[in-house]
Design a protein around this ligand. Structure first.
Ligand SMILES: *[C@@H]1O[C@H](CO)[C@@H](O)[C@H](O)[C@H]1NC(C)=O
Ligand SMILES: *[C@@H]1O[C@H](CO)[C@@H](O)[C@H](O)[C@H]1NC(C)=O
Ligand SMILES: *[C@@H]1O[C@H](CO)[C@@H](O)[C@H](O)[C@H]1NC(C)=O
Ligand SMILES: *[C@@H]1O[C@H](CO)[C@@H](O)[C@H](O)[C@H]1NC(C)=O
Length: 629
């Protein structure tokens, strides 16, 4: 009897406590269903002593049953994983931890298993089901999570108001806070959290302010970084890469240089220099969604002036010269034929007619062409009309020729610019670029084209990108070409603008080397990725970047006024359009005389010939008609 009472008491106690526990499982289940992510992982500990405990098992079963019947779920044994596997989709992980102190060892194990380099942290959420955990235990759990860069984690400890979250940016350190069933956005206010930006100077995008460590940079990238920091309410330290290698590259031993080394090593949080990411760097960093494309161009010395003696020839297209020759021959032939036929018509006094030899005819037309008077002319009206037609034609043509020649001397002709990479084989230049540029274009060029570049290459250390080494090189080596990004190339052209010749001394080869996405990089697994992404997307979509870029344009200095005007004409377009329109403007200015323009003179000539031929036919006809009657 006594025993049965004790036993039933025990039963009642266990059922009530089991009921409590099952409710915890249902809360976790409700939260999982609400999140409704692509996959939910439920982790269980098979080797834990507590797994034999009926309460623990009941709770675990309820968790599995409830979650499994509502959302796609994968059950995992914690023992199977040294490190949490990488996940491709958004996910929720639910860990079931034994009651209170019994869970401590498992918590340590779980914290050891979390992967700090798990990419896209904002897509992965964690729920810990830890009945009866104390505040200290929670603090330890959440500190461990934050150390592994986990952003979203909740812990369920009791049924009433027993859900806890953490605030990593609380003044004085991480704090455990009570929470609802939703994951809070933690990134809205960093409350002065110390962030480190890996940033270096760029002559167009990031101009240092003094002192650079705290004040940061001017120009587009500098402004974007400062505004982002301000909106996060973080305190920023700007860190220069120790080796001065700015963007950074991959070393053969698997290490990196420049900002990539700092970022990958976790020494800094964000690299706000707009950049393209080399293929070898890509897997080791996280990038913001890229909104801009940059093109790598080859910039070569502009073509030279054409030799002056050719001006006389090149005033007319070759086809025009050919037509002129044909015209002269036709005129001579027709004149000669007319002469022969006129001979048959008997003449009465006062009319001069003479037979000229073919070379005399050529001489006569030649002389009239350059404006000499005709010494002996037939008095037949048809022949005179013919001659007049020729003289008018010559007059118009000569006038155009000399006018064009004159303007040719004022506005010189240039050789065609190099616009195809193939043309590089005839060019005797040294191609200067920092090493990473060669790495970047190697992937996109054919072996032959890369060979053309490589055979002329002068590879420079990466540390130079921050300065305008090109301007220094140009002064020493006039036979220099460069590989540059589009906006640097345009600026370089403006800085080298030759005001005397009214043209840039360098030329952007239209066939570009590579087009790359430009973006900003963060360490892999960074919890800040999503926040920076939303900020920078906002800057882009609301036109801030565009505005900042225009402000930079207004504040530009260091070029001549003419160069500045040229730069503005080039525009801010990222691709070829700018250079193409520039070329059409220049083509419009320099008119080559083609048949389209000269056709008037030829019409004049045809009318003269036509009239004289008509007169000739009339004369002949009249004579034969008279003879018959
Ligand atoms: C920014 O952080 C400071 C603490 O460093 C805090 O006092 C202030 O209220 C925060 N500002 C905003 C706008 O949240
Ligand atoms: C980097 O540049 C700074 C300043 O220009 C210089 O003091 C430092 O020695 C350079 N570091 C290396 C590794 O070249
Ligand atoms: C990379 O560089 C760091 C510091 O310079 C060094 O400690 C590490 O051993 C290097 N790693 C490899 C794989 O060479
Ligand atoms: C580059 O130079 C090497 C040897 O000087 C030569 O064999 C090769 O054909 C050159 N490549 C090109 C594309 O000119």
């Amino acid at each position: 009897m006594k025993y049965s009472v004790v036993f039933s008491l025990f039963l009642i106690l266990t059922t009530t406590s089991a009921e409590v526990d099952l409710l915890l499982a249902r809360i976790a289940c409700r939260m999982a269903v609400k999140q409704n992510l692509q996959i939910t992982y439920v982790y269980r500990c098979a080797s834990c002593a507590a797994s034999l405990d009926p309460e623990h098992s009941a709770l675990e079963l309820e968790l599995q049953r409830c979650v499994g019947s509502h959302v796609p779920v994968v059950s995992r044994k914690i023992e199977a994983f040294e490190l949490e596997p990488l996940r491709q989709t958004d996910s929720l992980s639910i860990f079931h931890i034994p009651v209170a102190e019994k869970g401590d060892s498992l918590v340590r194990r779980i914290l050891g298993m979390l992967n700090p380099r798990q990419p896209r942290k904002h897509m992965h959420k964690y729920i810990f089901l830890w009945p009866g955990a104390s505040q200290d235990q929670l603090l330890e759990l959440f500190s461990g999570c934050w150390a592994k860069q986990v952003l979203y984690a909740l812990c369920i400890t009791h049924r009433n108001r027993g859900i806890f979250d953490f605030d990593p940016f609380f003044i004085g350190g991480l704090k455990v806070v009570q929470s609802g069933e939703n994951f809070r956005d933690k990134m809205s206010d960093l409350r002065g959290y110390p962030l480190r930006f890996s940033m270096f100077a760029d002559p167009l995008m990031a101009i240092p302010r003094d002192p650079v460590e705290s004040k940061g940079y001017k120009a587009v990238d500098g402004v974007a970084a400062r505004v982002a920091a301000h909106m996060l309410n973080a305190s920023i330290t700007y860190v220069l890469p120790a080796d001065n290698e700015s963007y950074g590259r991959c070393l053969p031993d698997g290490n990196f240089t420049g900002v990539v080394r700092d970022l990958v090593g976790g020494h800094t949080h964000f690299g706000p220099n707009s950049r393209f990411v080399l293929d070898c760097i890509w897997p080791h960093v996280e990038v913001l969604y890229p909104h801009t494309r940059r093109i790598l161009y080859l910039v070569v010395p502009a073509s030279g002036i054409q030799p002056e003696y050719l001006i006389f020839v090149r005033v007319f297209r070759r086809s025009v010269w050919h037509l002129l020759l044909v015209t002269l021959l036709a005129v001579v032939l027709i004149f000669w034929l007319m002469q022969r036929f006129q001979d048959r018509v008997p003449r009465h006094g006062g009319i001069i007619h003479f037979q000229a030899k073919w070379y005399e005819i050529i001489e006569m037309f030649g002389r009239t062409h350059v404006g000499e008077p005709v010494l002996r002319a037939s008095s037949f009206s048809s022949m005179r009309t013919f001659l007049m037609g020729w003289i008018l034609f010559s007059y118009v043509l000569t006038t155009i020729y000399f006018a064009k020649l004159e303007s040719g001397f004022v506005r010189p002709y240039y050789e065609p610019q190099l616009d195809q990479l193939d043309g590089l084989s005839q060019m005797d230049v040294h191609v200067y670029a920092v090493t990473t540029m060669y790495d970047a274009v190697r992937a996109s060029l054919s072996d032959y084209h890369y060979g053309l570049l490589a055979n002329r290459s002068r590879q420079l250390p990466l540390g130079l990108t921050t300065s305008y080494y090109q301007l220094l090189v140009v002064r020493r080596d006039r036979r220099s070409a460069f590989i540059m990004r589009d906006f640097h190339a345009r600026d370089f052209l403006a800085r080298n603008y030759n005001s005397e010749l009214e043209r840039p001394s360098y030329h952007i080869v239209k066939e570009y080397l590579r087009s790359m996405l430009c973006t900003y990089v963060l360490p892999r697994g960074s919890p800040f990725l999503h926040r920076f992404q939303t900020l920078f997307t906002g800057f882009h979509e609301h036109g801030f970047f565009e505005h900042w870029r225009q402000m930079d344009m207004l504040r530009r200095e260091g070029t001549t006024p003419n160069g500045e005007e040229f730069y503005e004409d080039l525009g801010d377009q990222t691709d070829i359009d700018a250079t193409a329109s520039d070329a059409t403007i220049r083509r419009k200015k320099r008119v080559v005389l083609t048949l389209d323009i000269l056709q008037g003179a030829f019409y004049l000539w045809s009318v003269g010939i036509g009239l004289s031929c008509l007169g000739f036919v009339l004369e002949q006809g009249h004579y034969f008609w008279r003879r018959r009657h």
